[in-house]
Ligand binder design. Structure first.
Ligand SMILES: Cc1cc2nc3c(=O)[nH]c(=O)nc-3n(C[C@H](O)[C@H](O)[C@H](O)COP(=O)(O)OP(=O)(O)OC[C@H]3O[C@@H](n4cnc5c(N)ncnc54)[C@H](O)[C@@H]3O)c2cc1C
Length: 383
């Protein structure tokens, strides 16, 4: 049986679609204007049992695996959600997995459980004004002073950073290079921690994005995640899940853009006939469909493999990278063609496709930019 179509998963898909139609789609344009999501949405999503799909129940998650999480992503996009909304509503999917994997019960109780219950918001702070791709070169420094680390430095482009109650932050505790990085959970109200302005962006408007600065911020040593100086390894391990998730968001974006464009082509008439009556438009739609189907098949295969494969397995790392790049290329092609089919209406803020077009542009930059992913793939393939 196809694991994506079991009766339980069809029920999950229907439930997430209904939730999205009722609680998200009617409000998303307003949240885009506001530049952020209301906290209330985190509570509602948790209450509905959809905030922590794929997270273990032992740490307060909703259970299920990566297929369930993939179905929720597909369903939310299909019913009128957006990747910007998902980035901000589910920032915990990049902010908490390191904490969960570390098995630190105290950190799990203080940060993971309340976040998965929709009561706290977490963010992940890796990227710095000096660069994001070269994670091994981060400069924010944490110096041990008794029972605390004293943190100085800055982060930028941090998703949910304006609203976050805590930031899982990459800091340099050791020498230069990847071996000197640790992850520290830093709380928002800690003296010296400043959240700068909300950054204005091309897309992902409903997702707040912040610059963070740290000036002599004292963080208790209990807040280190895993072993000191193991941060690069922890970050790299979680990249696999993040990249697979971005691949899923990419083909789900493409599917939504295709559906919107096909519906519009049926209703819009030019020169006395509906657009869909033109072979050139039908061929466009078929090409959009074909690339989306290929990206979905590839990504779903990687999702299925990821469930039973260690995150450090080089073949899985390679598969995640390849799926991300393929699915991103698919999304970029499909949203471009979809806007073209919509004509002038595709360029209007009032059309949903405008949002997907702008939102799709970040997918090939965040979570490992396309060029950097190709370099990694070349290394893993031995080229
Ligand atoms: C909306 C948004 C949300 C984000 N959210 C977060 C977040 O929550 N947490 C976080 O830590 N970061 C976040 N980021 C940062 C994101 O991860 C980085 O933007 C990304 O890693 C790229 O880093 P950079 O922007 O510094 O680009 P750079 O590293 O400066 O790269 C610039 C360009 O050069 C290319 N390039 C770099 N190195 C090479 C090379 N060796 N060979 C060839 N080409 C190369 C890259 O592919 C890219 O196209 C976010 C960014 C955005 C825009």
């Amino acid at each position: 049986m196809n694991p994506w179509n079991t009766p339980e998963r069809e029920a999950l898909r229907t439930a997430v679609e209904s939730f999205t139609r009722a609680e998200i789609a009617p409000h998303i344009a307003q949240w885009e204007d506001d530049g952020e999501l209301p906290r209330e949405l985190h509570h509602k999503t948790a209450k509905a049992g959809f905030l922590a799909i794929g997270f273990p129940e032992e740490v307060g998650g909703d259970g299920g695996d990566m297929i369930d999480a993939g179905i929720a992503t597909e369903a939310m996009m299909a019913a009128g959600g957006s990747t910007g909304l998902q980035a901000s509503l589910f920032t915990h999917s990049i902010a908490t997995p390191h904490i969960i994997d570390s098995g630190n019960a105290d950190l799990i109780d203080r940060y993971v459980r309340p976040t998965l219950a929709g009561e706290m918001i977490g963010a992940l702070g890796v990227t710095e004004p000096g660069g994001g791709s070269d994670v091994a070169n981060i400069r924010t420094r944490a110096v041990r002073d008794g029972d605390h680390y004293v943190v100085n430095g800055a982060k930028t482009f941090i998703t949910s950073g304006v609203r976050a109650d805590f930031v899982t932050t990459a800091v340099r505790t050791g020498d230069e290079g990847h071996g000197g990085i640790s992850l520290l959970v830093i709380e928002k109200d800690t003296p010296g921690f400043t959240v700068g302005r909300s950054l204005r962006k091309m897309g992902w408007h409903c997702s707040d994005t912040a610059e963070l600065s740290f000036e002599d911020v004292r963080v208790p040593v209990e807040n280190v995640v895993g072993e000191e100086n193991s941060g690069f390894y922890l970050i790299a391990q979680q990249f696999v899940g993040e990249r697979i998730n971005l691949a899923t968001q990419s083909y789900a974006t493409a599917q939504r853009a295709l559906d919107l464009a096909a519906a519009y082509a049926k209703e819009r008439e030019t020169f006395g006939k509906p657009l869909i009556a033109r072979q050139v438009i039908r061929h466009k739609l078929v090409e959009m469909h074909s690339r989306t189907a290929a990206a979905r098949a590839l990504t779903r295969e990687v999702v299925e493999r990821a469930i039973d494969t260690p995150k450090s397995d080089p073949t899985l790392i390679l598969d995640a990278v390849v799926a991300k790049n393929q699915a991103v290329a698919c999304a970029e092609f499909v949203v471009h063609e979809a806007v073209q089919i919509f004509g002038g209406m595709g360029y209007m803020r009032e059309s949903e496709i405008d949002r997907h077009y702008r939102d799709a542009r970040i997918l090939g930059i965040g979570g490992g930019a396309t060029e950097v992913m190709k370099d990694l793939a070349a290394k893993l393939l031995g080229y």
